[in-house]
Design a protein around this ligand. Structure first.
Ligand code: PGA
Length: 255
């Protein structure tokens, strides 16, 4: 895995397909890659994270193209009696090079703690996967004025010290903005990203250069404004990443 610090001028645009997509959906990824081959997006690094069932096929179809392939979760152990789970090594073997960890749908739906996510991040490093670690507050926490402290605690608890010399990203995804069509104001995004930057700089040698992505209802209509905000190093995109016609304009908005 690369340990070269990322170029902050390049925005990292990641599509999270969640539990969507049958084999036919591979064509959306192929169309995206073809479009970027014909007209490269110099200002963007681009990745798609399909469901695990499609990783092998998508990685084969996108080999040698500008679109990288990632996974949405992994189990910390490398192998063993864990029915239904998938290890970081298996994802890497299938062709993934990245893995989303600690998405709020896993923190809430599967009871994942910061410590669980840190163990998964260590597994990702062991297997040669680049982690994208998600953090974000609930609506109740935001209304109670706790957003900054909640997010800082998640960053410090979910990122193991082993990441110090590794390439990784953090994604700020307010839970109430995911799939809702609601987004925080630009000032609210900038305040949380500044808080995350401060936590990263305090904890990691490379902390000033770790990309901090924004996620939650990113669409073609709001992508450019969000990507211009201070300390926004890219976007983690759910619903609008499923179709090339929606995702490509978001990639292009990166410049
Ligand atoms: P959304 O999801 O873009 O559909 O809001 C973002 C995410 O959950 O990563």
């Amino acid at each position: 895995m690369s340990t070269t610090p990322p170029n902050p001028a390049v925005k990292f645009i990641v599509g999270n397909w969640k539990m969507n997509g049958l084999s036919a959906g591979l064509e959306e990824g192929v169309a995206l890659a073809r479009a970027l081959e014909q007209a490269p997006a110099g200002g963007a690094r681009v990745a798609l994270c399909p469901p695990a069932t499609l990783i092998l096929a998508l990685a084969r179809r996108l080999a040698g193209t500008p679109v990288e392939v990632g996974a949405q979760d992994c189990r910390p152990e490398a192998s063993g009696a864990f029915t239904g789970d998938i290890s970081a090594e298996m994802l890497r073997d299938a062709g993934a090079r990245l893995v989303i960890l600690g998405h709020s749908e896993r923190r809430a739906g599967h009871g994942e703690t910061d410590a669980d996510i840190a163990a998964k991040a260590e597994a990702a490093l062991r297997a040669g996967l680049e982690p994208i670690v998600c953090v974000g507050e609930s609506l109740e926490q935001r209304r109670a004025g706790q957003a900054l402290e909640v997010v800082r605690a998640q960053v410090l608890g979910s990122l193991p010290a082993a990441l110090d010399a590794a390439a990784f990203s953090v994604a700020y995804e307010p839970i109430w903005a995911i799939g809702s069509g609601l987004t925080p104001s630009i000032a609210e995004i900038e305040a949380v990203h500044a808080e995350i930057r401060g936590a990263l700089v305090g904890a990691f040698a490379n902390g000033a250069r770790v990309p901090i992505l924004y996620g939650g209802s990113v669409k073609p209509a709001n992508a450019a404004e969000i990507l211009r905000a201070a300390e926004v190093g890219g976007a983690l995109v759910g619903g609008a990443s499923l179709k090339c016609e929606d995702f490509l304009p978001i990639v292009r908005a990166a410049g």
